[in-house]
Design a protein around this ligand. Structure first.
Ligand code: NIG
Ligand code: FE
Length: 399
């Protein structure tokens, strides 16, 4: 063993009760992976090159933020002021604000500049024990700028100690140079998607199925073209209204459906059957002062995997803190701290198709781990800015 961490409690997130906890336990790490798990009393300290004594602290999997838009230019503080005066997110979007205003600010920056303004947001997530982050495009909305965003995200995987999954969100909003959504979807399918696939710039695709985004049929066309190229599908669905986008993604065997405030209870069954993860985004719910809650109880009743993410973006969720979002998931969506911790570990991994690599503490998985100075796991959720990681291990290496 390269490293042994002993005298700890381990939230393995295996099984379905009590955080999969192992008390008074130890963990062995070899070649970046978890190679041994067991009782502290049973471990052989002399078998490890380095031994860390955890003094009864808790070890969790590295946290996973499975839905972010953290690469963007500018900010939307003016829009925040308008919203405070009573303007709605939809109204602002229809009048040239919202997503398309961030598109203008993002297009102005070259690749290096875009990386420079976005990296601090990534670092804030990492400082909280996040070791895997999904990053979407969707503020370029033309060939050059969508590719630019995805390249910045890919580069982050090389420059920072983090697993990055990139998602091509070409169908986010209609760019100003197009009058007709159909024409823009054609352009995405004929020109941008093939390039994204050819350069291996995305691990999945995403769309915004909404009256201010794209219709069911347009999203379906885009998603089918992506699947043909071997790219799995996710969707921003039922955030502001019900367009059956979640059912669409489930029918296509998609990885996740995200937002879901307007999902009817009856559609939860489709997600369960398809194995599609429900990604809840309490930051957007909170910042948009939404009142319509996603059908959380039905999801819990059907034991649907629920992931929780920041949705970090300049408009609907300018919150660069997964721990804060974990608190909001409890207070806004009435989820338990255990459900929430599953939402940012094992279920978030599943939403990214990474469940065989990360998201649990189990022999054979990557040693992406966080040691917290807490007495019970619920401390991760119960406050805001109260806790921070004591130690973070990425691929078994102490950062
Ligand atoms: O997930 N819903 C669409 N996309 C983002 C918001 C993007 C923006 O407002 O800039 C979201 O909420
Ligand atoms: Fe989003």
């Amino acid at each position: 063993m390269d490293t042994l961490i002993t005298d700890i409690n381990i939230a393995t997130m295996q099984g379905s009760t009590d955080y999969g906890a192992l008390y008074d336990a130890a963990i062995g790490i070899t070649d970046g992976s978890i190679s041994w798990l067991g009782a502290a009393a049973a471990c052989d300290e002399s078998a490890a090159q380095s031994v860390i004594h955890g003094a009864g602290r808790w070890l969790t999997p590295g946290l996973i933020d499975c839905h972010t838009h953290l690469v963007y230019g500018g900010h939307r503080a003016q829009e925040f002021e308008l919203k405070l005066q009573g303007e709605s997110y939809e109204h602002i979007a229809r009048n040239g604000g919202g997503i398309v205003s961030t598109v203008a600010a993002t297009r102005k920056l070259n690749e290096q500049q875009l990386a420079a303004v976005s990296a601090p947001r990534l670092k804030r997530l990492l400082a909280e024990g996040v070791t895997t982050v999904e990053i979407k495009s969707g503020y370029g909305l033309n060939l050059e700028d969508e590719l630019k965003m995805l390249r910045v995200a890919r580069q982050f995987a090389r420059d920072h100690e983090v697993n990055i999954r990139t998602t091509f969100l070409g169908a986010h909003a209609l760019p100003v140079e197009y009058q007709r959504s159909e024409d823009y979807i054609d352009f995405l399918i004929d020109t941008v998607l093939p390039k994204v696939a050819e350069e291996n710039l995305a691990d999945a695709v995403d769309f915004f199925c909404e009256s201010i985004g794209f219709s069911y049929e347009q999203c379906r066309r885009f998603a089918l073209a992506a699947l043909k190229l071997g790219l799995p599908v996710k969707g921003h669905v039922e955030q502001l209204s019900y367009l059956e986008g979640a059912k669409l993604v489930a029918d296509l065997g998609g990885l996740s459906v995200d937002h879901l405030e307007y999902l009817p209870e009856s559609d939860v069954t489709f997600l369960k059957q398809a194995g599609t993860v429900a990604v809840l985004l309490p930051g957007a719910f909170y910042c948009l002062a939404e009142t319509q809650l996603p059908p959380v109880q039905k999801m819990l009743d059907l034991d649907l995997p629920i992931a929780i993410a920041t949705d970090l973006n300049p408009g609907s969720s300018p919150i660069a803190s997964l721990l804060t979002i974990m608190n909001l998931a409890c207070t806004q969506f009435h989820l338990t701290p255990e459900t929430v911790l599953r939402g940012v570990t094992c279920h978030a991994a599943r939403a990214l198709g990474m469940q065989d690599e990360v998201g649990q503490i189990s022999v054979g998985l990557k040693a992406d781990l966080v040691l917290w100075d807490i007495e019970v796991p619920a401390q991760l959720c119960y406050g805001m800015n109260l806790v921070q990681p004591q130690m973070v291990f990425k691929n078994g290496r102490l950062l």
